[in-house]
Design a protein around this ligand. Structure first.
Ligand code: AFP
Length: 323
């Protein structure tokens, strides 16, 4: 099987970006090991502290964040990082060419139930004329991303990665510690009969999503004239991996609870990297009001509504907004 390095070279990725991606993945391998240790290493459960999002941090959130922060800041390739677990950007090497945004452990509420979790990341160029601790360096639309991916810590550790030349899936071979290419150029089926949404938020949704989801639930008794199935693992990394693997639509739409919080998912290190991966696999990624990757960020922990997945199904969902 082809190794990560040769696929990245074949996709024309510059050597320094390849070295940065390999550095980041070395951190993910360590996280995979720590996650696998679980209760044996006493890493389950919560800390007493909250992150900038007001969420109680899991021990593994803090451990994963520290692993990635250390390995990226020591690498020399990175000017600064932004993380779900860091209030502000973290300056690294002033001469670093890249910025990295990451969610060190997405779905961390799943750690205590031994369910799917993962690391999500996106990489952009670092404006050389900006100070390393200047958060506005990160305020670039997703279309400026040079790479994006996630590592899913499941029965096997799997990597989904794009540098803009298609989306490839790799599996971590724990015998020699390398990621091997297992699905090159994955393409998402345009049609699907599977959707994913946290229905407990229904009363807070806007009318178009209310109607769209109730038509999905109505199935053959409704205007869609076909039955749909609902799936959710409460971790975007797991839900998007299912969408990449067998199609589907994943939604965390706008809800009216807090107008300052137009959605739950964070643009820089959740929505944008997943949008890049899904678009490179032939899918669509929208906020309901436009392409996620064209959203101009205003702050590093900004949230956006997310409607993402199989092309025809996302188009159908968006048609409800035009009614
Ligand atoms: P955590 O990382 O705090 O567990 O949140 C996971 C997440 O950001 C995303 O991965 C899920 O899709 C979403 O939140 C689940 O949110 P709800 O629990 O509100 O459905």
């Amino acid at each position: 099987m082809k190794r990560l390095n040769s696929q990245l070279q074949e996709d024309g990725a510059p050597m320094e970006l390849i070295l940065l991606i390999r550095t980041l993945l070395a951190g993910c391998k360590e996280i995979s090991f720590r996650v696998g240790q679980g209760a044996l290493a006493g890493v389950l459960g919560s800390t007493l502290s909250e992150n900038v999002q007001g969420e109680t941090q899991k021990k593994l959130d803090v451990i994963s964040n520290q692993i990635l922060k250390d390995i990226l800041s020591e690498s020399g390739y990175v000017k600064a990082i932004s993380s779900e677990e860091e209030d502000d950007v973290v300056a690294c090497n002033p001469d670093g060419k890249y910025l990295v945004s990451f969610d060190p452990l997405d779905g961390s509420s799943n750690t205590d139930i031994n369910s799917l979790i993962g690391t999500i990341f996106s990489i952009t160029h670092a404006p050389q004329w900006m100070d390393a601790d200047d958060p506005s360096a990160f305020l670039q639309p997703g279309t400026q991303s040079v790479a994006a991916g996630y590592v899913l810590y499941g029965p096997s550790a799997m990597l989904a990665l794009t540098t803009g030349k298609g989306t490839h899936l790799y599996t971590l071979d724990k015998t020699h510690g390398g990621f091997l290419l297992t699905t090159p150029n994955i393409m998402i089926s345009e049609q699907t009969s599977e959707y994913s949404i946290n229905a407990s938020n229904q009363r807070h949704w806007e009318a178009p999503i209310q109607e769209y989801v109730s038509d999905l639930i109505a199935g053959t008794d409704g205007p869609r004239e076909k039955d749909f199935n609902m799936r959710s693992v409460a971790a975007m990394v797991g839900d998007i991996h299912r969408v990449l693997s067998r199609g589907g639509i994943f939604m965390y739409p706008y809800d009216k609870r807090d107008p300052n919080k137009p959605g739950k998912l964070r643009l820089l290190y959740e929505a944008n990297p997943m949008a890049f991966l899904v678009e490179q696999a032939g899918g669509l990624a929208d906020t309901g009001a436009g392409r996620i990757m064209e959203v101009m960020p205003t702050e590093i922990h900004q949230r956006v509504p997310v409607l993402i997945g199989s092309k025809k199904e996302v188009e159908t969902c968006l048609s409800y907004y035009k009614k």
